[in-house]
Design a protein around this ligand. Sequence first.
Ligand code: GDD
Ligand code: MN
Length: 363
Amino acid sequence: MLELTALFLAGVHFGVPLAYYYYAKTRWLPKPWNIKIDENYRPKVTIILPTYNEEKIIKERLENLYNQTYPKELMDIVIVDSSNDKTAEIVETWYNNNNDIKITLIREKERRGKAFALNEALRHANNDIVIIADADAFWPENAVHETTKWFSDPSVGAVSCLKKPMKQGFLGIEGGYRDYYNILRLAESKAFSTPIFHGELAAFRRELLLKVNGFPTDIGADDSHTATKIASMGYRSITPEIWVNERVPKDYASWRIRRAQHLIQHFMKATKLRVKNKTFKKILAIEAYLHAINPWILLTAAMLLVTDILLLRSIISLTLLFIGLVSLSIKEYRTWLIQQIYLIIAVMRNIETKEIVWNKQEK
Ligand code: GDD
Ligand code: MN
């Protein structure tokens, strides 16, 4: 009996995301965007770059922004720095040599976390489109144009990117995870909007940011939650194929756990939102389920099997558990399982700390 229950739970755990993936891939992904793009649309853009101890990479990042194909007179950069290293000095020196692009440098007295920094920067952002950037992610040269063109359609409220890891990460799993994940982001975007954004490149209409009172400071996923609020209001929040490279840190596990913590905080808070669009309501519900509930179903199944083996000496349960463990040799399965473990640890860690201010990780 226990083994049947466990088998059923495992079926739900693997079945729901697989069914969702195939549904999204076959029904939504082939759809047209239903967004009217004017390739000549050139709004004024403010790029916000929050920095905490980025002295190793900041110069390269400034050059990456400087080399954007977008006209420099339509672009400015607001840097909000809370470093205790040389980041701010490097920015100042670089700016002295490259003053044909406008940079505003704000130095915070105290480090209060990324979202506080973004809100501070927002007070200095005067252009219609605001793009959030991370110091350690590199944009393709045409990223600003590829992002802004979507805003020529008034239905679009927010635009973010897709991510390619620059290194494969722990056991090569970052790459595998990203394939599954990017297809979902694209498909959801075409269906209406995706509730998961990436701070590496996240663009918003300034007026909408002001309407939602800036970025939330009580949770970590400032980017995803803001995009979700905007989508709830009836605007499209999309992640088209703008590919951003990102460095995978050495301490892969704690990096992924912190991100999982932030996503769970976001989905919990999102349950209170009133969502206008029906499709987006479904997307939000299933993504919240996948992040916050689905991992626990697998854990329950595994615990039932173990109980059954220890108390009732069940050979069937032993076999099932054995199959589950042997399958770890399959990369996709292993990737999935590790992500489930991260999500479970994330819920427990959230009780202790929300990681609003996090440790900088070596990359
Ligand atoms: N001013 C300021 N103050 N900047 C900060 C602070 C802070 O307290 N904390 C982090 N930053 C800056 C970093 O310097 C970097 O440019 C950016 O915010 C993102 O921080 P990372 O340390 O690189 O975090 P990550 O790559 O793991 O973060 C990813 O997940 C976060 C949510 O967990 C990105 O997608 C982030 O955008 C996202 O917020
Ligand atoms: Mn980063």
